[in-house]
Design a protein around this ligand. Structure first.
Ligand code: AMP
Length: 282
């Protein structure tokens, strides 16, 4: 596996592969890799000729300085995991390489960024678009693979691709979970044992809420039920839970059947913020 530190090295690598008519698949990450990330690499390996990953903890998407400072960094281990799985190249730039100058670009996502994660993490999606567009420009992939764990992020990236007219296929990949249902996340390693043992309640509650709609036939009551169940654990505190349309991310009406729509949640487990989602399907 090639480990590339500069845009120039990356450029030379992808130029060669493009000249060989190879399809380039790209998986951007912030490292601290787990099976969720590795599943994206597997999708990329299966659906392209050359798989390029990136590891970069992007400062502009953090709206909380402590979160950025505490974000787990395990680069040596990450490189080993990528090598073992057969990834062809990994781009590991430093902050100066990606931001030689401050990025002042402001993106317009037609309102997709004003709710849920966007509402609670101001500027987050603008920072995501800054780095993903820079990485897309540097890698120039044919396809890019993103996890549905960050459902709203996928919608934002698709909107960015449309607006900036990138010729890149965005492939959305399913959420990988721990055996107890907790969605895998780099931040899970920051959970103490106490919070880790209660965290699976998030997914278990989302799953059960599907049945609850059949009982209540009212979206507002389902939302209230989910928030109550999770808050009852006493250790977990719900930041938001919303049931929204998958494409527009607009809230589902009280009387509307939730089937085909998606419940998105953010929960604080002590100082660690966890997100998850569930697509209703019955
Ligand atoms: P991150 O390193 O958190 O920025 O994530 C990099 C990519 O991995 C994003 O596209 C995430 O959506 C994806 N990802 C993170 N966790 C999971 C998971 N549990 N299952 C599937 N994809 C994931």
């Amino acid at each position: 596996m090639q480990v590339l530190y500069t845009k120039q090295e990356l450029n030379d690598f992808v130029a060669d592969e493009r000249n060989r008519n190879n399809i380039i698949g790209f998986v951007p990450t912030m490292g601290a890799l787990h099976r969720g990330h590795l599943s994206l690499i597997e999708y990329a390996l299966a659906n392209s000729d050359i798989t390029v990953a990136s590891i970069f903890v992007n400062p502009t998407q953090f709206n909380n300085a402590d979160d950025l400072k505490n974000y787990p960094r395990t680069t040596e281990n990450d490189l080993q995991l990528l090598e073992n799985i057969g990834c062809h190249a990994v781009f590991v730039p430093d902050v100066k390489e990606m931001y030689p100058e401050p990025d002042v670009r402001q993106f317009d996502f037609n309102g997709l960024d004003t709710l849920m994660e966007g509402e609670h993490r101001p500027g987050h999606f603008n920072g995501v678009a800054q780095i993903v567009s820079k990485l897309f420009d540097a890698v120039q992939p044919h396809k890019a693979f993103f996890g549905l764990k960050d459902f709203q992020q996928v919608a934002i990236i698709r909107k960015m691709v449309e607006k900036l007219d990138y010729n890149i296929e965005i492939v959305a990949c399913p959420i990988v979970r721990e055996r107890d249902g907790l969605a895998m996340s780099s931040r899970n390693q920051l959970l103490t044992d106490e919070f880790r043992s209660v965290a699976p309640v998030i997914y278990q509650t989302l799953k059960k809420s599907q049945e609850k709609w059949k009982e209540f036939k009212n979206t507002g009551q389902v939302i209230e039920w989910v928030c109550t169940q999770i808050s009852n654990t006493e250790l977990l505190s719900v930041e938001y839970f919303e049931i929204v349309h998958q494409n527009t991310l607009k809230p589902v009406e009280q009387s509307e059947d939730i089937n085909g729509h998606i419940g998105c949640i953010a929960v604080w487990a002590g100082k660690v913020r966890l997100i998850d989602n569930f697509i209703y399907n019955y």
